[in-house]
Design a protein around this ligand. Structure first.
Ligand code: UDX
Ligand code: UDX
Length: 456
């Protein structure tokens, strides 16, 4: 059997590497229009950083895992084609800012049609609006061809930073297909592949639309949880409650559960914002405007949390940060990844630069992406991988990403090198606030009352 994946990104690359590892008898080829990316997958420096991924690729590359730019040849040879191209939020025309831009998906469907010479199962891996499989089906069957195509939906739930673990041991595998003989047969083929390493009871089959909607729903519910705890974090700062204590107390309720309740500067990543906006658009398209508003609020609270964080920095630093050096610790949207897509640090760095602060960005993995994201700001922003150097002569440091290395720094050394009064803003609640306060820092953390020497 031959599997092809179109799109060698954060989803396509790791997912296919795992299938190749678990199914040594299946040839897995990943193609992409981006040649640089393909070359990187074949090199010692993978295009994405994921703990454990290099080992999986090393084991399989050249054995039964191949990367190539020859999309046509890949299509011709494949029995199963995973489509994992990006589906960003539209930035133009109808539905701009909310609807998904499906141009790459449609191009891919047309490309499959142009090159296919035998029957194929097409697996929608990209997150898509509900009923996209239908559209793909129609394109694929728009020409009298001898080949038949069966479209399945198989959304990916891996989270970045834990991709390999999530792929090895997923909570569930979701496969949506049509309730026809061909549909059931295609679903079974895919079930059999995952069943090589995933317990059968975790493989769920549904109709196509439930599967498509479940992916949007899962991301919307997760993001909603973060916005909910973040909304409470503001209330904690105002009242003297501690959002960590509140999260732990409510999380003990087994109906609520303890995970995904870390208050922060806000959620980032390529999916949450895009998928909620997509859901909002879907609600509106169905005439369900109140429900669209309801979900939209999750994104608004996320933006508000970032604006509130910057507002707090300005007001606590005597209402001006103009000319002040501010070190941002972390730029990735979460720890253990170099990915910065939709990272709260982008919006925050831009706002600080707008206030004419001298922003210095530090991050162990994401500085290359940060330079691209903040390219417009030119030399109004500096970069230094070494957090000690970034904080030298700074008025303030602010934690943007919960990298474990930031917990272990010598904060006395950092404090001694900073201008006074020295400020620490903890956007991820990872520092020992009491200890920093005792060193002399004025400490402001998301979700708890400040610890400051300034009122004395
Ligand atoms: C993408 C989608 O954004 C996400 O919604 C979905 O759930 C999975 O696929 P990701 O893998 O993170 O997520 O995207 P990205 O890293 O941008 O990878 C997409 C790749 O597809 C890129 O490497 C791009 O070059 C490639 N691509 C895109 C093609 O090969 N052909 C195209 O026509 C368009
Ligand atoms: C998410 C989903 O978890 C995954 O199932 C889906 O396939 C893709 O989108 P990802 O974006 O990689 O994965 O990361 P995730 O761990 O979900 O975190 C998203 C954002 O929320 C990050 O910015 C993270 O820092 C933030 N977050 C998460 C919080 O602020 N608090 C939390 O308690 C959890």
């Amino acid at each position: 059997m031959k599997i092809l994946c179109i799109g060698a990104g954060y989803v396509g690359g790791p997912t296919m590497a795992m299938i190749a590892r678990e199914c040594p008898d299946i040839t897995v080829t990943v193609v992409d229009v981006n040649e640089e990316r393909i070359l990187a997958w074949q090199s010692d420096e993978l295009p994405i950083y994921e703990p454990g991924l290099k080992e999986v690729v090393d084991e399989t590359l050249g054995r039964n895992l191949f990367f190539s730019t020859d999309v046509g040849k890949g299509i011709e040879e494949a029995d199963i084609i995973f489509v994992s191209v990006n589906t960003p939020t539209k930035t133009f025309g109808h539905g701009s800012g909310r609807a998904a831009d499906l141009q790459y998906l449609e191009k891919t469907a047309r490309n499959i049609l142009a090159h296919a010479k035998s029957d194929k199962i097409i697996v929608e891996k990209s997150t898509v609006p509900v009923r996209t499989a239908d559209a793909m089906n129609r394109i694929l069957n728009s020409r009298n061809s001898d080949c038949s195509f069966e479209v399945l939906s198989n959304p990916e739930f891996l989270a970045e930073g834990s991709a390999v673990k999530d792929l090895e041991n997923p909570d569930r595998i979701l496969i949506g297909g049509h309730d026809t003989e061909a549909g059931r047969k295609a679903m079974q083929t895919l079930v059999d592949i995952y069943a090589r390493w995933v317990p059968k009871e975790r493989i769920i089959t549904t109709n196509v639309w439930s599967s498509e909607l479940s992916k949007l729903a899962a991301n919307a519910l997760l993001a909603q949880r973060v916005s909910s705890i973040n909304s409470l974090s503001a209330l904690c700062e105002a009242t003297g409650a501690d959002v960590g204590e509140v999260a732990s107390a409510v999380g003990r309720d087994s109906r609520i559960g303890p995970r995904f309740l870390n208050a922060s500067v806000g959620f980032g990543g390529s999916c949450f914002r895009k998928d909620i906006l997509n859901l909002v658009y879907l609600c509106e398209s169905c005439g369900l405007h109140e429900l669209g508003e309801y979900w939209h609020q999750v994104v608004r609270v996320n933006d508000y949390q970032q604006d509130r964080f910057v507002g707090g920095m300005i007001s606590n630093m005597f209402n001006t940060i103009s000319g002040k050096r501010i070190a941002l610790f972390g730029f990735a949207f979460k720890a253990d990844t170099g990915d910065t897509r939709e990272s709260p640090a982008i919006r925050i760095a831009k706002q600080l630069a707008e206030e004419r602060a001298n922003v210095v960005i530090s991050d162990p993995r994401a500085l290359d992406n940060a330079r691209i994201d903040l390219g417009d700001l030119g030399d109004r922003v500096a970069y230094d991988e070494d957090p000690y150097k970034a904080a030298e002569k700074a008025h303030a440091l602010a934690i943007m990403t919960e990298w474990p290395c930031y917990k272990q720094l010598d904060y006395q050394r950092i404090f001694d090198s900073m201008l006074k009064p020295a400020f620490a803003f903890d956007g991820r609640r990872i520092l020992d606030h009491q200890k920093l306060y005792e060193m002399g820092f004025n400490v402001y953390s998301i979700g708890r009352a400040p610890l400051t020497h300034l009122d004395a």
